[in-house]
Design a protein around this ligand. Structure first.
Ligand SMILES: [Zn+2]
Length: 179
């Protein structure tokens, strides 16, 4: 049976406090880097913008890094604001730790379920794979995917990971028939 797939459909927002208006939401918008050369050292920032007042903040990606340590393709990506590079930099947990923000995935991902998911003999085994590191609670994902209440999920699902603990790693579960 084909797996369920969690994938992003856009870039998540950042939960990051604005120094001007105290809003706690910022966006990468179209996705822009700023690169500054200082002799043989480079600074690279990812620019983000407050959702409420538009103030731009710079998130440090590289700080005073020797030019020779950059892969030329990566450097070109920074200079061209390559959308794939924007996504991979934004989703890198190191950037979040260094710049003290968390990602807000609301509305930025979807769950793709193959149509024939629940055909076949009971109990049904379902695999969930993650194309992108979207944090989900298995309990909620399964309830949404199967159209079950949370109570039914707890009764009818046997899962190889804790149902209530947020995860971004693949897992499988088994759906038992309704009584
Ligand atoms: Zn603001």
């Amino acid at each position: 049976m084909l797996p369920w797939v969690v994938r992003r459909i856009g870039l998540p927002l950042l939960s990051l406090r604005c120094p001007d208006c105290r809003s706690e939401s910022a966006t990468t918008g179209e996705g822009r880097f700023r690169v500054n050369a200082n002799g043989k050292l480079l600074d690279v920032w990812l620019l983000v913008c407050c959702v409420s007042c538009g103030r731009t903040s710079k998130l440090t990606v590289h700080e005073r890094a020797p030019v020779r340590t950059f892969d030329p393709a990566e450097l070109d990506g920074y200079l061209a604001n390559d959308p794939e590079l924007v996504a991979s930099v934004l989703l890198d947990p190191l950037l979040a730790r260094r710049n003290r923000f968390t990602l807000d995935w609301t509305g930025a991902w979807r769950l793709d379920i193959p149509p024939e998911s629940l055909d076949g003999a009971w109990p049904v085994r379902v695999e969930v794979v993650f194309e992108d590191p979207v944090p989900v609670r298995p309990e909620r994902l399964i309830a949404r995917g199967l159209g079950l209440s949370r109570g039914e999920v707890l009764r009818r699902i046997k899962c190889d990971v804790p149902l209530r603990r947020t995860t971004s790693a693949g897992f499988t579960f088994i759906v038992m028939p309704a009584d």
